[in-house]
Design a protein around this ligand. Sequence first.
Ligand SMILES: [Zn+2]
Length: 249
Amino acid sequence: MKLPEGVALPGGGDSLLAFDVDEEHQNWGALSSLFQRWRASDVTRTEFTKKEIDSARWLEIGAWHHGYPQPAEDVFGYRQATYDLTDWCEKCGIGMKQKAPFQMKGEPKWGRNAIMQLVWIYGELFVTPDVWNRVFEPAHVECRPVLNTKGAELKTVVQLVVQTTASIITEGLPAEQCERCGRTKYLPITRGPFPALRDTPVGSMLRTAEYFGSGAQADQHVLMSQDLARSLAKSGVRGASLKPVVEPK
Ligand SMILES: [Zn+2]
C-alpha cells in the first residue's frame, strides 16, 4: 500500500497517519487483523454512488467537522451554557435541550466549505448566512445566530433550526438501554444506508426521534429531502456528506 505522510500532533509523540482501505482490497483480511493487533482506530464508512444518492427520497446529512463548542472551561463548559440539562443523562448523553445560541471561538475558517458541524455536536448543522439565504430559507428552514465567547454575534455563520422530529424503523438495529435512565440508544450506523422512516414526513428537514451514539455521546440525526439536497448541491456548497435513507417496504 502507498501511504500518505503522517501528521504531527500538538504536544509531540508519534505522528498520526490516516488512510482509507477498501474492504475489497486483496489483502484486507491480513490488514484488518494487523489493525486490530496494533489497536489502530478503525472507522468504517460506506461510500455511496451518485445514483444511490440521487434516487433516495430522504438523505441523512453530516458535514465537515470544524472546531469545538465553547466555552471550553472544564472541556464541557458548553453544555451548561447551551443546553437545559434537566432531562439529560450523564451516562448515555440523551436529553439535552438547546436553551441558548451555540458559541464558537471566532468566525469559522470556512475555506471552500460552507456547511459544518462542531465536534461532539453531530445533531446540529451550521452554514454561512449566504447559504442559508439561497438554499435553506426558501425551503422554510429557520436559522439562529451563533455567538463568540464574549457574547457577540458571529457574522459568517448561523445554526440551522431543525424542529420537526420523525421516527425511524428500529427493528433489527443494534441498541443499548441505559442502565441509569432506561432510555434506548442505537449504535452509530457506519455500514450501508440509513434506516427507513416510519412515517411520511412533511417539510424538507427533520431530526430523528431516536438517539444514536456510543458511550456518553448521543445525537438525533438530521435528515433532508431529496429536493433540498439537490438545491444544496446545485448551489455548489462543499462540506456536506450524504447517506441515502432506505425506502420503507
Ligand atoms: Zn441514560
